[in-house]
Design a binder for this molecule. Structure first.
Ligand SMILES: [Zn+2]
Length: 161
């Protein structure tokens, strides 16, 4: 069984000191409660290989389990259903944060034409966008560009930033 889950995130800082409240939308084939513990970076739940945490959930999500989970219907891929749920929240005017997968066919960076997704910086912890170029990823903390990413529907080709 696949699930899409929605976790509230609060007071996430932009580089200019402004903050926003919104939701993190993700999908998993695991128990969403276990996925949540992984996002929070809790030891007993870490995967042996690969990254499973999400800094935005770890730093700006609630301490206890997310309450909203949706079962993915059998005839739909979980990534597609994740985009659908994310888009429902965008329509309700939430700021919506998704895992990198949900941003496929969304905005791309001007320089290398790679998909753009959101991250949190290591030091002062504010939002940046990054591109998926593994060798030399582009990054920016431009507040207007990031708001555009948070507020626009996934899965629709939109050009570059
Ligand atoms: Zn790039």
């Amino acid at each position: 069984m696949d699930y899409v889950y929605v976790i509230p995130i609060k007071k996430v800082p932009f580089v200019n000191g402004e903050t926003f409240d919104g939701v993190y939308v993700g999908s998993t084939s695991k128990d969403p409660k276990i996925r949540f513990e992984q996002h929070k970076g809790r030891k007993d739940f870490q995967k042996k290989k690969g990254k499973s945490g999400s800094r935005v959930v770890k730093l700006f999500g609630p301490e206890s389990d997310p309450e909203e989970t949706y079962k993915v219907p059998k005839n739909i891929k979980k990534e597609e259903y994740e985009q659908n749920i994310a888009n429902n929240y965008v329509e309700k005017e939430y700021y919506v944060w998704s895992g990198a997968d949900a941003y496929r066919n969304h905005y791309e960076c001007k320089k290398c034409k790679k998909t753009i997704y959101l991250g949190i910086t290591q030091k002062k912890a504010h939002v940046v966008w990054k591109c998926t170029n593994e060798d030399d990823p582009c990054t920016s903390d431009d507040v207007d560009e990031i708001k555009k990413l948070l507020k626009s529907k996934r899965g629709i080709k939109r050009g570059s930033i």
